[in-house]
Design a protein. Sequence first.
Lengths: 271, 417
Amino acid sequence: MLQAENFLFTAAMLCYFAAMIVYFVFVAVKNDKISIVAVAIQCAGFVLHTAALVCRGIGAGRLPLTNQYEFATSFAWGLCLVSLIFIFRFRFRILGAFAAPVIFLIIGYAAMQSKDVKELMPALQSGWLGFHVSTAIIAYGAFGVSFVLSIIFLLRDKMRAQGFLDSHIPNKEKLDMISYRSAALGILFLTFTIVTGAIWAERAWGSYWSWDPKETWSLVTWITYAVYLHLRIRRGWQGRSAAIFAVVGFICVMFTYIGVNTFLPGLHSYK
Amino acid sequence: MKKVWKFLSSMKFAIILLVVLAAACSLGSFIQQGKSYEYYASEYGEQVGALIIALDLDDAFHSWWFVVINGFLCFNLTFCNLIRLPELIERTKSAAEIPDFSTVSGETDDPEGAMKRLGMPAPRALSDGRLISSKNRAGLWGAWVCHLGILLLIIGFGLGQSYKQEFAAYGVAGQTREIGDTGYELTIDDFQVLLREDDTVEQYIAEITVSDPRSGESESAAISVNNPADLFGMRFYQNSTGWAARVNITKDGAPLQSEVLCAGEYIPVADKPELVIYFSSFYPDATMSGGRPATASGKLNNPAYLYQVYYMGEILGMNILYGDEPLTIDEYEVRFTEPQSYTLIAIKRDPFTPLALLGGLVVTLGLFLAFYLQPKRVWAVKNGESWTLYGECRKGGVLFTEEFLKAIKGDKTDAAS
């Protein structure tokens, strides 16, 4: 089963790479049909990736959400899922041209991690693990899409001269609105993540909040997006300023995910 | 004064507080907490080290300024919610009233069909012939409920920090310990470390009995990691483990004393207390690694005890004893036997944990209401043969406008914004 997972994971990674290239060709050649192919390849990658995760789960005999490799591959899966939802929901195929490189980077990071399947230590043997990590995956995926949309927002003015991009990228007002929807999904799921993590920590360690670096940076991320949500309803801070905050928010997400494990070890460092 | 009051309860102040709070949290995560001045001086230099101690950055999350930031946040949230409450009640009550503004409008011959396509419930006819449809009014309360949840969370956490009681007890099976100053006693009936075939730990299970010597009552439970037990209003957690062994001391061949020691504990010799045996470490499957003692596995294949001997506070020597090998000091003989795991049990009583948990759930509910129950109102006004349809969804923005215009597509449209 784990061999099948290995094959499917590699195939998914190649699909994401191919989708990224085809999206770039779509932007360069300015042909709508190519964008349909790119979305189809991304969908194929998503299906293969889902199958890889299922195989991993069956092979390991548990949810594949417990180490750096498993979380990184699940993070890429979550980002792909949320980006596809937004591509179909808002008929916004060019979003894939910006999302695919981020997905490829994250799954590439996963590929560099150890794929060894290890038995869970007692603290990780909890029903809350599934809720805690799966909500984090959706939250991170949604924040990733919000980040990509904010980048597009910030680059939008520079693309104005090109009629093709202008017709494929929504106006700034709509971009801002879609980015807000994505960030809202992210903060709701991040709240679930923090609450379920707190309940789990209380049962495992007797303290629902102990200012562990991962907890603290989850809170910093939550606060950053709370500021973003408040800024959007203040006059003079909508649009560009809010988009910058969404980018800062995603930097916090990435620091919470990779930076904390690397520089600030605590209960969540998988070492 | 009025200006100060207004500022303290404003959203601008809330944003400033959130940014300061995020900065304080990140600072607290980068600076190692709970270390001494000497540590900070060696890491960052003497001046920065002194500054860290002076500003309480060594205990940032319990410092006076961190409490002040959270106090201001509570103040801001409380007054923000109090100020908004009458307006919210008014807006919730006035669901049937048509506001004097709309976000979008358009002409249609089929207002009920357009409303249906927008996902709105069947409209109601008002006395003047206008039709109105409204949904998700609970969404108006999203931000208010979220703020309330944050308040409950901060208050629950703050009260818990101030009033919670925390104790720890450790020992091997058969030992009884007092639980702090509560008057209760904890007996460890049994403790097992379940190992898998690959020698990794599957679970730690302790069976405990808590008794009250004053009333003679007792309660028992089995606890393991992730499965605490509530006894006599306290919660007991299987927290940690380590190795213990029985230390037998004889004098001129006659038994003198025999006690179970956990690694890290010491024992003064009964009739010569200035002579102290310190049980430093235990290696169940002893081996040497890089010139230092280590253990090859968690199994008791080759037990070894690292000890130190002190006399009048001065170290006399240290070494390793293998198996039941004796240590002879003049007329005394020391032997370590019966190696076994001890358990460390954390005990906690925090009556405010449910309040903090409730706060977290209320925040989640508030966010759900705010983002996924967007209040929408659509109303139609008869305009000759046709109808003018108006829509309001403050959080929908351009996306609602698009949905609205799509719903009346084919008809003459006039987007207001």
